[in-house]
Ligand binder design. Structure first.
Ligand code: NDP
Length: 329
């Protein structure tokens, strides 16, 4: 087996020295266990939080442990009554090629018509995050303007398309002309603002002539400030992520905090794993929208578990274009 361990905790930016790639023999299966050959590992921004031992909603990874992460794969061998070789499974097996499981926390994927990787993206945790954040905390009404940050990414791309499905004007914010072209061309959003072009305030104003009713927040920092200044009265801000701050050593001070009072805004931080009751409905809708072509998605796939550290460092810097995956086969 090949595994990636947390070697040391980062201070500021993550570097390759924070990880260690090790190989180890596979343990022999005990009765009640099965062996999973992981096909894809999902790389997600939350993993930055698990690398640190500061205040968080979840326990950090211990130094020396396998990095955590969602995976999809197939049962390769089994001494478990309920899991047979060849079955497709979604698990939380971390940064490793193989895993031994007793079935705890493992979901069988019985539908055969969608590719396995989509269960880590649009029909998986990021898709559900987009769905719950927008539908439950954004509460979109037809005709309203929804702005989403990191709009070409795993969560953001679903937010924008679900907003369109519900009759909203959907505007993305993304880094660079290629990502913006994809957001309007392929994903079908009404506009996309390239925050790296240096005219965020003007470009956002032009893209949101009626102001902003819902801001789905993924990034924080100066982008949040610029959006706050354009929020409409009684607007909603599902606060999903603050990726621009994850490597920061000094907290960012929000300048336009007063907009919350003046505009009677609702900011709602949420963590998708707190809302397990909503997952089945979300996954059902998301899978159907993907089948119907109403939700499109894009993946950045890097080959080989040993390249996961570099891919993760790239994800935090916006080098990914769509859902970041590692192909472990
Ligand atoms: P993405 O696929 O969107 O990849 C991350 C993207 O963030 C990058 O591609 C980059 O896009 C953008 N980014 C990185 N640095 C900056 C920066 N300094 N300023 C602006 N944008 C930046 O990742 P996900 O879709 O997986 O995650 C998106 C957000 O959702 C994250 O904040 C994550 O933590 C959060 N999240 C929260 C969950 C919850 O339960 N609350 C669950 C899942 C995700 P670009 O090139 O366009 O800048």
């Amino acid at each position: 087996n090949i595994q990636v361990l947390l070697a040391r905790r980062p201070e500021g930016d993550v570097t390759k020295e924070n990880f260690e790639v090790v190989s180890s023999p596979l343990p022999e299966l005990q009765p009640g266990q099965f062996l999973v050959r992981n096909h894809y590992l999902s790389l997600d921004p939350y993993m930055r939080g698990r690398m640190s031992d500061g205040p968080s909603y979840a326990q950090p990874v211990a130094v020396g442990d396998v990095m955590v992460g969602g995976t999809v794969g197939e049962v390769a061998a089994s001494k478990h009554a309920d899991f047979q070789p060849g079955e497709r499974v979604l698990g939380f097996f971390g940064w490793q090629r193989f895993a031994v499981s007793d079935g705890t926390g493992v979901t069988r994927i019985t539908e055969q018509d969608l590719p396995l990787s989509v269960y880590l993206g649009a029909v998986g945790m990021p898709g559900v995050t987009a769905y719950i954040g927008l539908m439950d905390f954004g509460r979109p009404k037809a005709g309203e303007t929804v702005v989403v940050a990191a709009a070409s990414g795993a969560v953001g791309s679903v937010v924008g398309q679900v907003a369109k499905i519900h009759g909203c004007r959907a505007v993305g914010i993304a880094g660079g002309p290629d990502k913006c072209r994809y957001v309007t061309g392929e994903l079908g959003l009404d506009a996309c603002v390239d925050y790296k072009a240096g005219r965020l305030r003007e470009d956002l104003a032009a893209a949101t002539p009626d102001g902003i009713d819902i801001y789905f927040e993924n990034v924080g920092g100066p982008i949040l400030d610029t959006v706050l200044a354009r929020m409409n009265p009684f607007g909603r801000i599902p606060l999903c992520g603050l990726i621009s701050q994850y490597n920061a050593t000094e907290p960012y001070r929000v300048r336009n905090f007063g907009s919350l009072l003046i505009n009677r805004l609702t900011v709602r931080g949420f963590i998708v794993s707190d809302h397990l009751d909503r997952w089945p409905a979300a996954l059902k809708d998301l899978a159907q929208w993907v089948r119907d072509g109403k939700i499109k998605y894009r993946e950045s796939i890097v080959q080989g578990i040993e390249n996961a550290p570099a891919a993760f460092i790239g994800l935090l810097a916006g080098k990914n274009f769509g859902k970041q995956l590692i192909d472990l086969r």
